[in-house]
Design a protein around this ligand. Structure first.
Ligand SMILES: [Zn+2]
Ligand SMILES: [Zn+2]
Length: 824
């Protein structure tokens, strides 16, 4: 609906929607407009430029077009637009705004200026990864022109011998006065390659969105027929139409999987899915097919601020770039964007470009900011690769643990406790089985399980360092003993006769209101346990395991199924040992990891050893011994590893295990972390053989990591077809008719001690019962009818339909035993 608002000293913008009316009060305070309403907060400053435009025109129109309900002002921001012509602007009908023309003009001027300044550079010798080299090459030659491309597996970037990742569009002269050595080619399949590919594609999406709004920009800018004179005064007081340009915010690539990229926009109109096809077409026809190169220009901060002065979002991005960093602009056909890079040399390498979905996000993630439209998309060198990706995504959705968890009634969530899973009876069976698996390992590997508190006084968190460094991630609690004491003391102190409630006194309290916190980790509690009794070297190593609930205050918006939760459990353990024992202990942990991942779960994994960072505590000797011990432990199980140099925590080096699941997705699970610091913070000691007091080392270790995340991973890895040992539904007994119920119950009683077994004995027909049992993923289906009852046998079939024939209960038992032994 359209509403006319006249902006005077004090005006009202009336926005109609169906039978609702929303009033915004607009007041002119000095030269600025203040927009407010009794029920809404004032417009945030980012929108202020839009509103100020209103004042210069005296009369204008605003419209609200959103089919969702008017809830808050921030919903209005996205659709609250100012129109220069009568009626709502039509998508694609806008004149190319001066700011956009000017952007192009400024680029050309700056490029010419920079090339005239470029000093003459002698010829360069280039060395290629295969050992060959080319001499006497002009320094202005780009890397791209030296490389032969393959359309199916294109080279998207290169590594130079100084370790830097370089775009193919850069010229040789920028990297060496005489010799330039390429050490490695980056292909699309490489992690960096995908990032470069999708980074570049995000620019194409940005360009396509601009072009969707002013199609004539296409022909004008591409041919460069018109050179638009720049009137800087006019630009600084832009006309209304200038504000109708799509304002682009940020467009980053996403990590793989799922991969792809998105771009956030503030648009004059709400883009719906019917625009997707148009945008894809524009991306392909107006960019990819035209084989635009990606040109780069490093510019001064003031230049960048000037070029993007029409866009408050880009201005904010520029202002966020540290002073020490170069500001780079990238041009792809008519589209110029602020970006760090690196990018492809040319958009023609994009063979497939698909819009996936639209959504929205608050600018910079704050709900008081404008709501931006977000478009998700993905691109590949070939169409086949997109098809493969799509198949894999569909498979991933089919395997999504949230869907399987619901279908199999394994777990649920409730808004009254976000991010805290409820495990239902069948899910609890899996959860307990995972813990039981670790417990049985602990028995043979010399761990002691302990049970420790969930809530601790803040003094514990101050000692461990969590109070200073981790508090935002913790759930803090009011009303510990300390708080009660304080309140009681206040009441006694001179206020006893006043009769006022103690709440009014507590209000004046300026101290930290929280005195306790729910534990996010077990380590500090384990330190208290270790310290409670004096220890000698003969007592070490002490290995405490703990399956306690842990709580971390993750932002509500980031919570996802069982993989990102607020409450979780770990197969956590802390080994307190002497420095001499580190190596043997690490061997033990490595062996356990190998056993669990290699044998029990069958997950392939990679190992990363992170070494001493620049700022760290502990002596050179301690670090070098610890790093050696970590590496030798990895080697002891015959595994390769990658060193992440300088990536260790300041308190010690670590080993990370990255698991690859059935869908080639990588998950960080097990970790082994050496810690020199915590024992010192807690003043832990043991009496050494020579009678002196020494500080033990702590090894933090988790093999499964979070049980909840492992649950999710296994669910997706097995696609809900749980292996027999872990299955919450191992055996279904299906009766042919009512006559066989007694016999079936008898079997149930004999099996339920050892297995998860259920009866299917309602009045459905047998094939239906079998189908239901198969759909519920029972590993074995036992059928009992007349023959079975008479001969005291069972007819056995597996989940996949394989018939094992009829057998006696004893032989079925021994069959199960063999199957289970396979998993141990
Ligand atoms: Zn980019
Ligand atoms: Zn720990």
């Amino acid at each position: 609906m359209l509403t006319i608002a006249s902006i005077g000293q004090r005006s009202t913008i009336l926005i109609h929607r169906k039978d609702q009316k929303v009033l915004l009060k607009v007041a002119r305070v000095k030269s600025k407009l203040k927009v407010s309403s009794s029920s809404y907060r004032p417009l945030p400053s980012i929108i202020a430029p839009f509103v100020q435009v209103l004042s210069s025109s005296r009369t204008c129109q605003s419209y609200y077009q959103d089919n969702s309900s008017i809830g808050t002002l921030r919903r209005l921001h996205t659709s609250f637009q100012i129109s220069s012509s009568s009626g709502a602007p039509q998508s694609g009908s806008l004149a190319v705004p001066n700011a956009i023309r000017r952007r192009d003009e400024l680029w050309k001027q700056e490029k010419e200026r920079q090339s005239s300044l470029r000093s003459k550079h002698g010829p360069v010798t280039v060395h290629f990864p295969d050992g060959s080299s080319k001499q006497q090459i002009d320094a202005n030659t780009t890397f791209a022109s030296l490389i032969t491309q393959d359309s199916i597996n294109p080279i998207v970037g290169i590594y130079l011998d100084n370790g830097s990742l370089v775009e193919l569009s850069r010229s040789l002269g920028e990297f060496g006065p005489k010799d330039v050595t390429i050490t490695r080619y980056i292909y699309f399949q490489d992690t960096e390659g995908k990032q470069m590919f999708w980074h570049t594609s995000a620019h194409v999406l940005g360009g396509a969105v601009e072009m969707l709004h002013f199609p004539q920009w296409d022909s004008e800018s591409l041919t460069h027929l018109k050179s638009v004179p720049i009137d800087t005064k006019r630009v600084s007081k832009e006309s209304l139409s200038e504000r109708l340009v799509p304002l682009l915010d940020d467009g980053p690539p996403l990590s793989d999987p799922p991969g792809g990229f998105y771009y956030d926009f503030h648009l004059p109109t709400h883009l719906k899915e019917d625009s997707f096809e148009k945008l894809e077409k524009l991306a392909i026809q107006s960019f990819v097919k035209r084989k635009f190169p990606i040109e780069r220009l490093s510019v001064s901060r003031s230049f960048a601020l000037d070029m993007f002065s029409y866009n408050p979002f880009k201005v904010a991005l520029i202002n966020k770039i540290p002073k020490s960093e170069t500001i780079a602009l990238y041009k792809c056909g008519p589209f110029i964007d602020l970006c760090k890079g690196p990018h492809l040399p040319n958009v023609s390498l994009i063979g497939s470009f698909k819009l996936l979905r639209g959504s929205g996000a608050y600018w910079q993630g704050h709900s008081e900011n404008p709501y931006l439209q977000r478009l998700y998309a993905i691109s590949f060198p070939t169409k086949d690769q997109f098809e493969q990706w799509k198949t894999l995504r569909e498979e991933a959705e089919r395997r999504d643990h949230r869907a399987i968890g619901k279908a199999q009634s394994l777990f649920m969530f409730h808004e009254f406790s976000p991010g805290s899973p409820f495990f239902l009876p069948h899910g609890t069976k899996i959860f307990n089985k995972l813990i039981e698996t670790m417990r049985s390992e602990y028995v043979t590997r010399g761990y002691d399980e302990i049970v420790t508190p969930l809530i601790f006084d803040k003094r514990l968190w101050q000692t461990s360092g969590h109070w200073d460094h981790y508090r935002e991630n913790m759930f803090l609690i009011k009303g510990g003993d300390d708080d009660d004491d304080k309140i009681a003391k206040k009441i006694v102190e001179g206020h006893s006769s006043s009769g006022c409630s103690h709440h009014s006194h507590a209000e004046g309290e300026t101290e930290e209101p929280f005195s306790t916190g729910l534990k996010p980790m077990n380590c500090p509690g384990h330190c208290l346990t270790f310290k409670a009794e004096s220890k000698s070297y003969r007592d070490l190593p002490v290995r405490y395991s703990d399956f306690s609930s842990l709580h971390r205050n993750e932002a509500k918006g980031t919570l996802t199924g069982l993989t990102r939760v607020r409450r979780f459990h770990q197969d956590d353990a802390h080994i307190f040992c002497t420095p001499e024992q580190i190596e043997a202990e690490l061997h033990g942990v490595m062996d356990m990891v190998e056993h669990l991942y290699g044998r029990v779960f069958g997950f392939p994994y990679e190992i990363f050893v992170s070494t001493r960072p620049e700022s760290s505590m502990g002596s050179d000797e301690e670090w070098s011994n610890a790093e050696q011990a970590l590496m030798s432990a990895v080697k002891s199980v015959g595994r390769q590893f990658t060193i992440n140099a300088g990536d260790g925590a300041f308190y010690g080096p670590k080993i990370d295990f990255i698991v690859t699941d059935a869908l080639h997705r990588k998950h960080q699970c097990a970790t082994i972390q050496l810690d020199f610091q915590l024992p010192q913070r807690f003043g832990l000691t043991y009496v050494a053989a020579d009678g002196t007091k020494k500080v033990p080392v702590i090894i933090h270790r988790a093999v499964m990591g979070s049980i909840e995340r492992m649950f999710a991973m296994l669910c997706e890895h097995y696609a809900g077809k749980w292996p027999f040992w872990l299955s919450p539904r191992q055996i279904a007994i299906c009766t042919v008719s009512e006559k066989h119920v007694e016999y079936a119950k008898d079997l149930l009683n004999q099996l339920k001690k050892d297995f998860n077994v259920e009866l299917f004995m309602d009045d459905q027909k047998l094939p239906n019962k079998i189908r239901l049992a198969q759909m519920a993923q029972f590993n074995y289906i036992l059928v009992v009818g007349n023959n079975e009852m008479e001969e005291k046998t069972i007819s056995v079939r597996q989940r996949d339909g394989t018939q094992l024939g009829s057998m006696k209960l004893e032989s079925l038992h021994s069959h199960f035993e063999t199957v289970l032994a396979d998993w141990k």
